[in-house]
Design a protein. Structure first.
Length: 281
């Protein structure tokens, strides 16, 4: 039965409302980042700035380190390095561990996997004190290395859980055929399983990157200088004790959203395939 015209109109109306709800705050953020302070403080605030300016973006990319804008530029670099290293470590360890949980049969396999997930589900407040004491003992506080280690403890269990289910959905006959032809188990993993599991690997890597990119609590506790602060902490510093630079915060928020959005757009096809894999057997 062909849907009626009113059905299409209702669907378009719902889609329009949904787009406004999702993109409306983002559009306001764009306008606030180029508006003059007088436009932001007016009552009511101007929906369209009279004199748009890009001074906030210029300050972020040109101001020397030590100012709020210059420190935010350094925080962008720190976040990229910490998130990239966390994803690399968690993917390597997660792939090996997930493959072992998916293919090897040993006593207590489910319980061990549950323990890994238990560490991921524990609240940060329960872990921050022992992690801080360990970082102080190893002289790693206020370093990107400390953040990378802490984030790996968060992302690795998640990647392990996600990929173990993905590997179980892959047919074991592919690996058996490779082993008959002379491949070792590790060779079958590298030559056969990983190319087939590329969508799942990309999905797990992107989600792990977003977890490390957006994390705020551990970054606030473990960092205190521009040499190691990340984007969420730098954004929070736009709020002063007696003032709030909302325009600069809007510009920083837009720049902070660029890397995840670009990665998601570039790997969109693989992400969709990875998240939908195994839904229909």
């Amino acid at each position: 039965m062909k849907p009626s015209r009113s059905y299409y109109m209702a669907m378009y109306a719902c889609g329009t409302l949904l787009a406004l709800a999702v993109l409306g705050p983002f559009a306001l953020l764009v306008l606030a980042s180029v508006a003059q302070p007088a436009d932001l403080l007016g009552r009511p605030p101007a929906l369209w700035p009279d004199r748009p300016t890009l001074d906030r973006y210029v300050a972020i990319f040109t101001e020397a380190t030590g100012g709020v804008a210059g420190d935010f530029r350094a925080a962008l670099v720190n976040s990229l390095l910490v998130a990239a290293c966390s994803v690399a470590v968690s993917l390597v360890t997660g792939v090996l561990g997930a493959y072992a949980f998916a293919r090897l049969r040993f006593r207590g396999r489910g319980f061990v996997l549950f323990l890994f997930m238990l560490t991921y589900m524990m609240p940060p407040l329960a872990l921050v004190v022992p992690l801080y004491l360990a970082g102080a003992a190893l002289d790693l506080l206020d370093t990107r290395t400390a953040l990378t280690v802490v984030y790996c403890s968060l992302t690795t269990p998640f990647v392990l859980w996600l990929l173990s289910g993905y590997f179980r959905a892959l047919p074991a006959e592919l690996e058996e055929a490779a082993r008959i032809d002379g491949c070792t188990r590790v060779g079958a993993l590298v030559r056969i399983v990983l190319p087939v599991a590329r969508p799942g690997l990309i999905s797990a890597g992107l989600l792990a990157f977003l977890m490390a990119w957006d994390e705020f609590f551990y970054a606030l506790v473990f960092t205190s200088s521009p040499a190691s602060k990340t984007v969420p902490v730098a954004l929070a510093e736009f709020t002063g004790r007696y003032s709030l630079d909302f325009g600069q915060m809007a510009a920083g928020g837009l720049l902070a959203a660029v890397p995840p959005v670009l990665i998601a757009l570039f790997f969109q096809k693989h992400i969709t395939r990875g998240l939908a894999a195994g839904a229909v057997k």
